[in-house]
Design a protein around this ligand. Structure first.
Ligand SMILES: Cc1cc2nc3c(=O)[nH]c(=O)nc-3n(C[C@H](O)[C@H](O)[C@H](O)COP(=O)(O)OP(=O)(O)OC[C@H]3O[C@@H](n4cnc5c(N)ncnc54)[C@H](O)[C@@H]3O)c2cc1C
Length: 381
């Protein structure tokens, strides 16, 4: 985009090169085998990307939503599954800790998370509380100078690989009495209780976390008791913007692949590019992708310049993943039988993108947030 800073343009180039060399060639295999590209993940740390928004004092790059979204777009074009794991680490865990942790907590945990020595995840959703995350039932009870935590967290990206969990719990009966903790792998009472198999994002590990009277030092509580609802809502805003970057990357990759295929595949003695119905598909994919790009990066720019809007972040998250699913389905259609097969990446891209209509709040939840914000006054009468 014309308004990217020099630094953001450099990040775009570094990420594009890295993604094409270290993510794209392995995406199909990791999708098929349902395995995590750990080597590439660690390498992201060497490039300074794992703490993209964290403060440089703790090993981060100190950048904003625009830079983080550029990374998501470039990685998302190559391997959306690896990008989802990157997002869970860098935005759900590291960004949250950077914004809400104490100096001591940041000093203790962020350097190893930013370098890639340690992997992070975030536990909010539960088996019975997804869209209604604020109703969560995982309880933390204070016992002397520690907390005893009991409950389960469902759908946790990076669960099987994570050394550090940024965990939301309930510390009181009130709906909003939520408190977060940093839980280290190996803490007695904490385990990964289930591995989850998925239709897409298969190179991103997903699991269920269990806490059974897990004792966590009070020093690992993030903020004061009951503070975390605000942390959660703020971080979700960043998550919704950046996850939309993955959908933008998927849409662009589907468009690129479709243009290439339309120029190669011949039917009736001509390449597909000659057929008006194919031209229409390509033209619409382009128009939709560019509309998404401009909306997303404008919202990122505003976010980075202090004009944050929960309504706009939700609107972006509602529109981009939906459009990218449509584009990916069109790309499959344009490829015919080959598009439906695993010979071309567009079917994987469609499966991967579908998650972005569910994770970080479903389309329906985005509609609820936008409608509530717009109709606030009217709903009081
Ligand atoms: C691959 C993957 C990775 C994930 N990673 C993480 C992670 O790292 N950390 C984490 O905490 N969570 C994670 N999640 C969880 C994700 O945020 C939830 O799946 C999501 O919020 C939806 O919750 P649910 O699955 O329980 O669906 P439900 O809340 O049960 O919703 C089911 C359906 O009902 C609709 N619905 C619900 N309430 C309403 C309503 N009031 N009005 C209208 N429709 C409604 C929903 O939109 C949806 O269509 C992940 C999920 C997946 C699939």
């Amino acid at each position: 985009m014309w308004f990217f800073t020099q630094e953001e343009k450099e990040i775009q180039k570094v990420c594009r090169d890295f993604a094409q060399k270290e993510l794209a060639p392995y995406a199909e295999k990791h999708d098929h085998d349902e395995t995590f590209n750990l080597k590439a993940f660690r390498h992201m740390g060497d490039l300074g990307l794992l703490g993209i928004t964290a403060h440089p004092d703790f090993g981060g790059a100190g950048l904003g939503a625009t830079a983080a979204t550029i990374v998501m777009e470039e990685f998302g074009k190559a391997c959306a599954g690896s990008t989802l794991s990157y997002l869970a680490h860098s935005i759900l865990c590291v960004n949250n800790l950077n914004n809400n942790g104490s100096q001591e907590q940041k000093q203790k945990y962020l350097p190893a998370l930013c370098s890639g020595e340690k992997i992070g995840c975030m536990g909010m959703s539960e088996p019975e509380y997804g869209s209604d995350a604020v109703g969560m039932q995982t309880k933390a009870v204070k016992e002397g100078d520690s907390y005893s935590i009991t409950g389960n967290k469902m759908w946790i990206t990076n669960a099987q690989y994570a050394d550090i969990v940024y965990l939301y719990t309930r510390t009181g009966p009130g709906k909003k009495e939520l408190t977060s903790f940093i839980v280290e792998k190996g803490t007695p009472g904490f385990s990964v209780s289930k591995e989850i198999h998925k239709m897409g994002m298969r190179s991103s590990p997903t699991g269920e976390l269990s806490f059974d009277k897990c004792k966590v030092p009070a020093a690992n509580r993030v903020g004061a008791e009951g503070d975390s609802i605000v942390h959660m809502m703020k971080n979700l805003e960043m998550e919704r913007i950046t996850i939309s970057g993955i959908s933008l990357g998927i849409a662009q990759a589907c468009l690129d692949q479709s243009v290439k295929y339309a120029g190669e595949r011949k039917q009736f003695g001509k390449t597909l590019a000659h057929f008006q119905m194919i031209q229409k598909m390509i033209a619409e994919m382009y128009a939709e992708t560019e509309a998404m790009r401009r909306l997303l990066y404008t919202v990122c720019y505003e976010y980075d310049h202090g004009h944050r809007s929960n309504t706009l972040a939700s609107a972006v998250k509602l529109q981009l993943p939906k459009m990218a699913t449509k584009i990916a389905l069109d790309a499959i259609q344009l490829h015919g039988g080959y598009g439906y097969s695993r010979e071309f990446p567009v079917e994987r891209m469609m499966r991967d993108n579908k998650l972005n209509e569910i994770g970080a709040g479903t389309n329906e939840v985005m509609i609820m947030i936008i409608a509530k914000n717009l109709l606030n006054d009217a709903l009081r009468h």
